[in-house]
Design a protein around this ligand. Structure first.
Ligand code: HEC
Length: 110
């Protein structure tokens, strides 16, 4: 499964001219049972493994999620008549809060 996820990330990443390796969040993490955790797991594994929230600090996460929204918008682009175009909107505020809660501690300025 991990290999498949890595492969999918490569396929998605390759479209952008790069390949990403992600440290996956422990699937047994109790937080994944919460509503926000489930939302995070469903929304954010469509293209790659579920990233470990400690990958970024609370300050960094909103920017990363914004970039992901651009990837999603791009992936949902339908070429053709307007009647075929749909615009599902994922509410990411909850996901950002979840990530910030379990994020890596901010680095101390020194
Ligand atoms: C439509 C496909 C897609 C979805 C859905 C998606 N991602 Fe990504 N993600 C990518 C691609 C492509 C990359 C590599 C390019 C990049 O980093 O922008 C990536 C890279 C990443 C990275 C590694 C780069 C970094 O800045 O640390 C993280 C973390 C990440 N995604 C988090 C998320 C989160 C959180 C969500 C859910 C809100 C999500 N992704 C949903 C396509 C997606």
């Amino acid at each position: 499964m991990q290999r498949l996820c890595a492969l999918l990330a490569c396929v998605a990443g390759a479209l952008y001219g790069q390949c990403i390796t992600l440290t996956e969040m422990d699937p047994r993490h109790p937080a994944l049972g919460s509503e926000a955790g489930k939302m995070y797991a469903i929304a954010c594994t469509q293209c790659h493994a579920l990233p470990d929230p400690r990958r970024h600090t609370p300050r960094e996460w909103p920017g990363v999620v914004e970039r992901m929204k651009e990837h999603m918008a791009w992936a949902n682009t339908v070429v053709g008549p307007d009647s075929l175009k749909t615009s599902p909107v994922l509410d990411t505020a909850e996901i950002v809060r979840f990530l910030q809660r379990y994020a890596r501690a901010e680095q101390k300025a020194n």
